[in-house]
Unconditional design. Structure first.
Length: 403
C-alpha cells in the first residue's frame, strides 16, 4: 500500500512541476519569430550567416561597400575566434551584427540554460572584438525553431528570431546565376534573404553584385534587419547619433522625433533641398547622444497577459516597441510580467478587442504549428483554451485562436 501511495504522490508532484514550468515559461516574453518584414515598401534585408571559416567575408564586404549597401551578419562565437579581424571588419563597415550561437547546435535539443550559454558566450566574444552587441536579433542554427527555443532565446535577451523567406541555398555551391535568379525571381517587399560567408558558398561573391544591381533596377532599397523591423538603433560610441531614412519620413518628422530642427539636420548633412530624402539615407542628428522619442500627449493603458510581448502589444495598438519602452521606462524590452500595467503612447482610446477565430485540430497538428499558421503564440492559445499540457491535443478539438 505504501509503495502505491508513494507512486501516486510522485505522479502528482510531476504534474504540479509540469504546470509550474509551463506557467513560468509563459511569464517570460518569447522571442518573436520573423520570416519577413511586414511592409509594402520595396525594401530588402540581405543577411549572411557566418560559420567556422568565413572565407568570403572580405570579398562580400568589398562588394557591399562598392554598392553602398548595408547588410546583417549573424555570427557564431567559434567563427569569431577563428577569424577575429574579419568580424572587426564587418562591424567597422557599419553592418548589423546578430547572434548565431557559439558552436551551431540544433537549439531544439538544448535546455534554456544551454541556449543562454551559447548566446552569452558569443555576445561576449563579439562585444570584446567590436564593441557592439548582437542583441536583440538571433538566427537559429539550421533554422531549427520551436516554442521552447523561442521562449529560451527570449529569456536570454533576444527579442527577435530571424528566419528568412528566400533561402539561396548557396552553401551547396550553386552557380552565381542560380543564386541570382533565386533572389530576383522571388523578391517581394520586406524580403529577408539568407546567404552564407563560408567557402562552400562559392557562388555568392559573384552573385552579389548582380543581385544588388537587378534589385535596385526593380526599385528596391537595402536595409538591415533592425531597419526592416523598425527597431531602435544602438547609439554610437561618440557624441551625436544617426538615423536611417524609412518610407514616409520627412525632415520635419525626423526633427520632431529627435527634438531638433529641420535647419540643424540639413546643415549637419549638407542637404540643399529639405524636401528630398531617399530611403536608406543615413542622417547625422546633431546635438543628441541618444534617440529620444517623447511620449505623445494622449495615451491609454494595457495590462500584460500571459504570452504577451512588447512587439505583439505594439502591433495591436499600431505603435512601436521603442515608444512603449520609452513611455514606461523599460530598459529590457524582452522582460514583461503578467499583470504589469503599461502606458500605450499615442492612443486616446483602446483598440477594439482582438479578433479570434476557431480552428479544429487535425492529425499531425501541434500547438506550435497552429500558432505559426495564425501568427499567434503557443502561450496565447494555451491560455485562451485553458490548456495545461501544451504537448497534448486531440483530433477534432476546437480551439479559439487569439490574434
Amino acid at each position: 500500500m505504501g509503495t502505491k501511495i508513494g507512486k501516486i504522490a510522485a505522479v502528482m508532484l510531476l504534474i504540479l512541476f509540469s504546470l509550474f514550468s509551463f506557467s513560468s515559461q509563459s511569464d517570460a516574453a518569447s522571442s518573436v519569430y520573423v520570416t519577413k518584414g511586414n511592409t509594402s515598401s520595396k525594401v530588402v534585408a540581405l543577411t549572411f550567416d557566418d560559420g567556422s571559416d568565413g572565407t568570403n567575408i572580405n570579398k562580400i564586404l568589398d562588394i557591399l561597400s562598392a554598392h553602398n549597401v548595408k547588410a546583417t551578419f549573424f555570427l557564431t562565437g567559434s567563427g569569431a575566434e577563428n577569424h577575429p579581424q574579419a568580424i572587426k571588419n564587418i562591424a567597422a563597415k557599419g553592418h548589423q551584427l546578430g547572434n548565431h550561437s557559439y558552436s551551431h547546435p540544433d537549439f531544439r535539443t538544448l535546455s534554456a540554460a544551454q541556449m543562454k550559454s551559447q548566446l552569452d558566450r558569443t555576445e561576449t566574444i563579439i562585444k570584446n572584438l567590436t564593441g557592439k552587441s548582437t542583441k536583440p536579433i538571433f538566427r537559429a542554427p539550421y533554422g531549427s525553431v520551436n516554442a521552447s527555443v523561442l521562449a529560451g532565446v527570449g529569456a536570454a535577451g533576444y527579442g527577435y528570431t530571424i528566419q528568412w523567406n528566400i533561402d539561396t541555398i548557396d552553401w551547396r555551391g550553386d552557380s552565381a546565376t542560380t543564386i541570382t535568379n533565386k533572389v530576383v525571381n522571388n523578391i517581394v517587399p520586406g524580403t529577408v534573404v539568407l546567404m552564407h560567408t563560408g567557402t562552400g558558398a562559392s557562388g555568392t561573391p559573384a552573385a552579389l553584385p548582380n543581385i544588388i544591381t537587378k534589385l535596385k533596377a526593380k526599385g528596391y532599397s537595402f536595409v538591415t534587419v533592425s531597419q526592416l523591423l523598425n527597431l531602435p538603433a544602438s547609439p554610437p560610441a561618440s557624441g551625436g547619433t544617426t538615423y536611417t531614412v524609412k518610407a514616409g519620413d520627412t525632415l520635419y518628422s525626423i526633427a520632431k522625433r529627435f527634438n531638433t530642427t529641420v535647419a540643424k539636420i540639413a546643415a549637419a548633412n549638407n542637404i540643399a533641398n529639405v524636401n528630398l530624402l531617399r530611403i536608406g539615407q543615413v542622417l547625422k542628428i546633431p546635438g543628441t547622444s541618444t534617440a529620444p522619442t517623447p511620449p505623445p500627449a494622449t495615451s491609454t493603458t494595457y495590462t500584460v497577459k500571459a504570452g504577451d510581448t512588447l512587439y505583439s502589444i505594439a502591433k495591436r495598438y499600431n505603435t512601436t516597441v521603442a515608444k512603449i519602452a520609452a513611455a514606461n521606462n523599460i530598459t529590457n524590452v524582452n522582460l514583461l510580467r503578467i499583470g504589469q500595467v503599461l502606458k500605450i503612447p499615442g492612443t486616446a482610446t483602446a483598440p477594439p478587442p482582438a479578433a479570434t477565430v476557431k480552428y479544429t485540430v487535425k492529425a499531425g497538428d501541434t500547438l506550435y504549428s497552429i500558432a505559426v499558421r495564425y501568427n499567434s503564440t503557443v502561450a496565447k492559445i494555451a491560455a485562451t483554451n485553458n490548456i495545461t499540457n501544451v504537448n497534448f491535443l486531440r483530433i477534432g478539438q476546437v480551439l479559439t485562436i487569439p490574434r
